[in-house]
Design a protein around this ligand. Sequence first.
Ligand code: GDP
Length: 461
Amino acid sequence: MSDSDATVANATGLRTPIVAVLGHVDHGKTTLLDKVRGSAVQEGEAGAITQHIGATAVPLDTIGEMAGELVDPDDFDLPGLLFIDTPGHHSFSTLRSRGGALADIAILVVDVNDGFQPQTLEALDILKRTQTPFVVAANKVDTIPGWKPQEGLPIQQSLDHQSDRAEDRLNEKLYEVIGQMSDNGFSADMYWRVQDFRSNIGVVPLSAMTGEGIPDLLTVMMGLSQRYLKEDMSIDVTGPGAGTVLEVKDEQGFGTTIDIVLYDGTVTGEDTIVVGGKNGPIVTDVRALLHPRPLAEIRTEKHFEKVDSVSAATGIKIAAPDLDDAMAGAPVRVVRDRDVDDVIAEVEAELSDLSVETEENGIVVKADTLGSLEAIANTLAEEEIPIVRAEVGDVAPRDVAVASTADEETNEVILAFNLDVLPDAEAQATQDGVRIFEDDVIYQLIEEYEAFVTDIEEAQQ
Ligand code: GDP
């Protein structure tokens, strides 16, 4: 038996809900994930967490121990929670909308002192569009002036140790968050007052740094999953797998591989799969399923071990031929016992849902994942900025060639989101007078471009 079997659906046939952590940069997403993993490991026993490719599984018993009195594992029949390790919304943004479910549930992290910021709003848009249930983690309560940190305690118990002033300050900040939720069309309240988490979103005050409030967060997440997601979680573990590409990576000895989150069914080392690619669906045969080795072994041995098969929900690396054009954010389907053309059609249908309109004249947009590409394209459409080409992948000389033939100077532009510009492309762009804008924050990327357009327009007047 391999590690990955630990996350096979439990006896009740329910799979682990998949959790994504979203929010503005620096609001504490990474710290929160690290804290959840760290406290789970601290709770002791081996098997407290299972490290997957791109995700971490925390079993129900461990959640029970972490949440103390707040969660009684006997009240739940879900196997635990699977946290996607890479925080941020860019690969996640398209997925629920197209039948898939990379994330079943989300945590929106907001710094209580900083309030809502542009990426908080981007994340809210996605959550709304994809109808993903979520909770708001009102983070960094320990930075409230006068706060006395209470390592790992539930928030109500921590409040017993705080001065009235500190508690008032916290409440003030929490009401600001609730007000900002309301400005954005969400009804939210302190989680302990929320009866129905589907129509009213719970706000959980916590500190990712000290861990206070994390028991409360886990309690709300388990409650949400158990009450509203349970039907979606029941799977036939023997069925053909369905998943989403998180990353496309070169791995020494394996060539191009894809890291996927498998949200349904099984994938085996013998399967044929169909993967969304830049030039349409890729049909290929799995060469190896790779699982990370336990951290302790990594120093001395290779990073991966081969497994024969895995079942949802899990993160896994797939090595297979012809994956060079695979796209992060694209669907993956196992063919098994089905007509390959039907599966190709399924993948094509999902890819064609991508709402990027291209025009004869416009700018070139390149992004790291389908999700981010779609998010940028939507924003550009709102601003009525035309796109001539929108693609996933590094900026290459052929992108420069397209941009250089634009009809206007303001279109001789490439917007590159969260990826590399190949050296040849850089040189070519300088030569052809093509401007490349690079950023890893969507609104900043677009602002930079708009400032450039304004400069040109002013110069022309
Ligand atoms: P991310 O960009 O959303 O992943 O944010 P990080 O997790 O990297 O956090 C950004 C900064 O805020 C880091 O310096 C963290 O140490 C700090 N930070 C995160 N959570 C907390 C918290 O609860 N309390 C305090 N005091 N600092 C925090």
